[in-house]
Design a protein. Structure first.
Length: 203
């Protein structure tokens, strides 16, 4: 029951779409109808501006952080659970909520920022490597999607090599990576066609 409870709570936290909230507050629009039509900080940057994008990014990261923190607290109350698996469950469902938010017609974002928050809590060293790697890729390609996808692939690989985590945690890290890659399916098509949005381009 602990795993189910944390999964539900994390999903509900992840479902708070700050991109939609701040897009309407700062720009008077639903970002899901503009630009890339994504409910994330990158599209907020393109369609609304830097201030709204920064606030959205921070809040989306905090969704992942808070979800995993609650899992850690729950493991201290119910000590018959595997804390690592519980943290991964919390992280996965927070990202799932961001992708399919119950409060916003199940039309959400790609889960990258929330994933950063999750990864920082699961293993800050792996998070740092993934962030640096993503930053280098984005600097070279000027495409946030490429950096995000490749960093998502790197995450479970590093979990196996560096963290040497338990089997269940490795499976959850793979599921998180697959979810983020799935959320970028439209970007993959645009990358293949050479039409993907680049940093600095206006919506």
């Amino acid at each position: 029951m602990t795993y189910v409870l944390i999964a539900i709570i994390s999903y509900l936290i992840g479902s708070i779409s700050f991109a939609v909230i701040f897009g309407k507050k700062f720009g008077g629009l639903d970002v899901r109808t503009k630009g890339s039509k994504g409910a994330g900080a990158t599209n907020v940057l393109r369609t609304v501006g830097k201030q709204a994008a920064v606030i959205t990014l921070v809040c989306d990261i905090l969704k992942g952080v808070i979800s995993v923190l609650l899992a850690i607290l729950a493991s201290k109350i119910w000590n018959n659970v595997d804390v690592t698996v519980l943290e991964c469950v919390a992280g996965f469902f927070a990202i799932l909520g961001h992708t399919f938010p119950i409060y916003f017609q199940f039309r959400g974002g790609k889960g990258v920022a929330t994933g950063i928050g999750v990864l920082l809590m699961l293993n800050w060293e792996i998070a740092l490597v993934c962030l640096i790697f993503a930053a280098i890729v984005i600097a070279i390609t000027k495409m946030v999607s490429v950096g995000s996808i490749l960093a998502a692939i790197l995450f479970p690989i590093l979990t196996i090599i560096i963290a040497k985590a338990a089997f269940a945690a490795v499976v959850m890290s793979i599921l998180i990576a697959l979810l983020i890659i799935f959320n970028h399916r439209a970007n993959l098509v645009r990358i293949k066609n050479g039409t993907e949005n680049k940093l600095g381009e206006k919506a």
